[in-house]
Each structure stands twice: as structure tokens, then as C-alpha cells.
Design a protein around this ligand. Structure first.
Ligand code: SF4
Ligand code: FE
Length: 504
């Protein structure tokens, strides 16, 4: 599909969606959803631009057909690298969240995990999943990757919660399928997706078996209810264009609280059913894919913010001041550091037993942890350079009102050759990119910082580092020596003696 066809395709779906106390019947034309739909449409539109074909499309390894990269299973390191390049590109074009990555990552995580479950238990989830994948690829569908349960009391496991529905679980099983109940929070792009792919949210134990489920359903399945969330300054969309800053694509992806009110799932759409030992792996695999992204999409947004800030500095007449150049350089450094991380975890990716490739998990977590911090710093610098008018500029309506326009034009003028309206537009863009929901999204999207720290600590192998230190410090216990060098100290020095001067 191209962008227009994607928007048209949404008309065929009738999801249950509520916003601001009302049921929303027409998703494609709802002004509050329009920016999110436009941002997602870019993932379709750019796939038809020959300039971006290499990065936006791929060849399906199951059908041999050309597909949108968002439905592809990574077959190489090159695919992993192209994924993050695609994200930076799309964010440069939208300066927002284009939402489709979550479902993309869910497809890849399930491809890998269903293969491993089948290998251990002799089940046939992988085959089922491949049938589903073919359907997604053929129809070029957008999927919500649905992971985060609402969780209730965080100190309790799913089965210990007073209300058993605080994590999505099976309540009934029949010959035809299963019935599930629960709710998922922060569902990015849900109202304008075609499909929902549900996964568990955490590692699970035997007592949590009913929560160890994964499945896919169309977004308009009976019993599936979406309550669309509010965002900072969202109703500015109803007031015109300039005040939004990024009127066409919004601030971040629209999210919902997604409720599964006894939803039926046929067996051919179930990809995990009680294999609780694999819940942790599925979550970790998905998280690795999703954390890989953030040095792509957030850096693409930063590219636009840096551009907006530098333009405002020009409009304000301070572009050549040393401290402005220094601060802009600092912004670039922070953004490119995150980009380095996304590239590094992709280039250090590995092939899994399923044949699909996964980024390096440690480096993917480092990527995301940096993104929980650096956007706050580059936003601070943008606000510093831009000036107070990012929050005090008059509204578009006052700018257009003949009674006030001439005053605003006269008194908010910057350098001579730039119109006041253009200057106000740029203030609003910096406002929306540095104050809005971008920042908490960088903090919590793909998991909150502590989730990354747990992974980093687990994979950081501090014991090995301690051994390295002990050897260097001259605390040469044989055990440590063996660990590092792979031989006992005596064997090692014998080799040195025998190779005498040649040893390097
Ligand atoms: Fe994709 Fe980034 Fe949005 Fe996540 S935050 S869905 S990775 S654009
Ligand atoms: Fe996100």
C-alpha cells in the first residue's frame, strides 16, 4: 500500500474506540487522530519512492516477494542496519513517532521465539506464525505490538494480584480457540492499526501459566476496546495549524488503554499457550528489537529539532555567536552518540537458531538507556538557544486577527528578512519537539530505564571484570588466571619460555 491506500484501508475496520467521553466512529477522519495516521502513512508512502527503496523495502524470505520492510524478518546484519536507517529517515520526515515499529518488532520476536518453543516442546507455533506472517506481508498490514500489561500492584506477580485481570490471561479454552481478558497500557498506534499482536509483559512462573499467552487479532475484534489517551497540547489540533508546531504529524504516536473484554482468539492465531518458561525470552527478544530503534527514531526527531533551533538562532540574529555554535554542536554530539549505539547493536547482531537476526542485546539496552537521558539534554539546549517565546508566543488566531496582527508582526519581528509568522512557526516547532510528550516517550517507550539497567547488569559480567582487575593488580590466583587466559599460570609461562623472544 502507499500512504493514501493505507488511510483508505482503515475505513474497512470498525474498532471500538473512545476519546474525550465519546465513541469515535470514523477513525480515518477524526481530527484528533489525523497526525498519527499521517505519520504512520509515511511508512507506506516512502516505500514507493525509488530513492528509498533499498531501505524501505525487502525481499520476503518466505515468499520471495518484495515487501514493506516493516513486515520483514531480518535475514542479515545488513537488514538490522537498514532497519535503524529506515527509522532515522522516517523520523526526519515526520518529526514524530510513526508507530509501526512496535508490531514490526513483535513479528520478529515471535518468529524467533515460536521456533525455540517448538524445538523444546514439539508444538507447531512457528508454522502457525509463518502463515500469519504471510498474511501480514501480503496485505502490508500495520500491527500494534501489545506488551505492557497494566500490572496493578507492581510488588505482586500476575497470579498474586487481587484482581486476576490486571495482566492479560486466558479465562476459557475450547476446541475452537481461547477467550482472553485483561488490559494493556500505552498501545502505540492502536486506533490506526489493522492487527494487534499480544505478548506477555514479563518473565513468568508455573503459577502464572494462564498469563503465558501470545496471539494476534484484528483491531476490530469483538470485545476489544481502546480508550485513546490525552497528550500535551493535543486540542491545539482543533485550533488551526501554527500552534501545533508539527500539525501534520503530531508529537508522538497516539496511545490507547486497550481492554480485552472476553475476546475470542481462534487457535490458528495463538502463538504461545502456557509455555511460561519462554515468556521471559519473548519479552527480552522484543525489548532488544525495540530498544535498538531509539537511536534511530529519536535521533531523526533530533535532526529536525537541531535544524529548527539553528534556524531560530538565525531568525533571532545570533547564529554566529560562539556559545550558540557550541550548544548546537553539543546537541549534534548527543544525537549522534545515540545513533552510534543503534548502529553498533545492529552491526554486532547475531543469527538465532530460527535463522532470523537479532541485535546485540547489551548494546541495544545501552542505546535505549542513553535515550532516556540525552533527549532531555538536547531539549534543554534547544530551549536555551530558542528563547522564552517558545512558551509565550501569541496564538495563531491572534496572529491572524486584523486587530492584533500588526502589533505582533511589528513587535515579534527578529532579523529583517524573516516574517514574524515564520519566526512564530519555528518557536512552535521547537516547543512541540522539546516540551511535548517526546520526553516521557524517550524515558518510558521500549521500557523504563530500570528495565534497561537490569539487562545491562545481568549481561555486564562483572565477575569477569573483577578477574581482569585481579590479574592486572598482581593477585594471580590460578582460578582467575585460567578464567582469563584459558590455561593455568604455569602452562602459560611455559609457553612464553618456549617461544622466548618471539612471544608478543
Ligand atoms: Fe517506532 Fe520510535 Fe515510535 Fe517506538 S517511539 S514506535 S521505535 S517511531
Ligand atoms: Fe515508543
Amino acid at each position: 500500500m502507499n500512504g493514501k491506500e493505507y488511510i483508505e484501508s482503515l475505513r474497512k475496520y470498525k474498532p471500538t474506540v473512545y476519546f474525550m467521553g465519546k465513541k469515535i466512529e470514523n477513525i480515518a477522519d477524526e481530527p484528533m487522530f489525523r497526525p498519527h495516521i499521517h505519520a504512520a502513512a509515511m511508512t507506506y508512502e516512502l516505500a514507493h519512492d525509488p530513492k528509498y527503496e533499498d531501505v524501505m523495502t525487502a525481499i520476503s524470505h518466505i515468499t520471495g516477494k518484495k515487501i514493506n520492510r516493516f513486515t520483514h524478518i531480518h535475514q542479515s546484519i545488513d537488514d538490522l542496519v537498514k532497519k535503524v536507517k529506515m527509522m532515522r529517515l522516517l523520523a526526519q520526515k515526520t518529526a514524530s513517532c510513526f508507530q509501526r515499529c512496535v508490531g514490526f518488532d513483535a513479528l520478529n520476536a515471535l518468529y524467533i521465539t515460536t521456533y525455540d518453543i517448538d524445538k523444546k516442546y514439539g508444538t507447531n507455533y512457528h508454522e502457525r506464525f509463518i502463515d500469519y506472517l504471510k498474511y501480514i506481508q501480503k496485505n502490508d498490514l500495520m500491527c500494534v505490538g501489545s506488551m505492557t500489561d497494566v500490572k496493578g500492584d507492581r510488588s505482586l506477580r500476575p497470579h498474586q494480584q487481587k484482581d486476576p485481570d490486571l495482566y492479560v490471561h486466558v479465562v476459557e479454552k475450547s476446541e475452537d480457540g481461547i477467550i482472553v481478558r485483561g488490559a494493556k497500557a500505552h498501545q502505540t498506534g492502536a486506533v490506526n492499526s489493522h492487527e494487534v499482536i499480544v505478548m506477555p509483559t514479563r518473565a513468568l512462573t508455573a503459577e502464572d501459566k494462564d498469563y503465558a499467552i501470545s496471539f494476534a487479532i484484528p483491531i476490530d475484534t469483538e470485545g476489544l476496546i481502546n480508550i485513546f489517551s490525552r497528550q500535551t497540547n493535543d486540542t491545539r489540533r482543533l485550533d488551526g495549524e501554527i500552534d501545533c508546531g508539527n500539525a501534520k504529524y503530531g508529537i508522538v504516536g497516539g496511545e490507547t488503554l486497550m481492554i480485552f473484554d472476553d475476546v475470542f482468539v481462534p487457535w490458528d492465531r495463538v502463538f504461545m499457550f502456557g509455555e511460561y518458561k519462554f515468556a521471559g525470552q519473548l519479552v527480552e527478544t522484543f525489548a532488544t528489537f525495540h530498544r535498538q530503534n531509539y537511536g534511530g527514531c529519536k535521533v531523526g526527531v533530533a535532526d529536525v529539532l537541531i535544524g529548527a533551533t539553528a534556524t531560530l538562532a538565525e531568525y533571532n540574529g545570533v547564529a554566529n555567536a560562539h556559545h550558540i555554535v557550541d550548544k548546537l554542536t553539543e546537541m549534534i554530539h548527543l544525537a549522534e552518540t545515540c545513533w552510534c549505539c543503534s548502529l553498533a547493536c545492529s552491526y554486532e547482531g547475531q543469527k538465532t537458531p530460527s535463522g532470523a537476526y537479532i541485535p546485540n542485546p547489551m548494546l541495544a539496552n545501552i542505546t535505549k538507556l542513553n535515550v532516556t537521558r540525552f533527549p532531555y539534554e538536547w531539549s534543554r539546549l534547544a530551549q536555551d538557544i530558542a528563547g522564552g517565546l517558545i512558551i509565550t508566543a501569541p496564538s495563531e488566531k491572534d496572529l491572524k486577527n486584523p486587530e492584533t496582527r500588526r502589533y505582533i508582526e511589528k513587535y515579534l519581528k527578529g532579523v529583517e528578512n524573516v516574517s514574524t509568522e515564520d519566526r512564530v512557526r519555528m518557536f512552535r516547532l521547537v516547543e512541540s519537539l522539546s516540551i511535548g510528550a517526546q520526553l516521557p516517550e524517550s524515558m518510558h517507550g521500549a521500557g523504563s530505564p530500570q528495565a534497561q539497567k537490569i539487562m545491562i547488569w545481568r549481561r555486564g559480567d562483572v565477575n569477569k571484570k573483577k578477574d581482569l582487575a585481579k590479574v592486572i593488580a598482581g593477585i594471580k590466583t590460578d582460578e582467575h588466571f585460567k578464567l582469563i587466559v584459558g590455561k593455568s599460570e604455569r602452562e602459560f609461562f611455559d609457553i612464553i619460555k618456549n617461544t622466548s623472544n618471539n612471544y608478543n
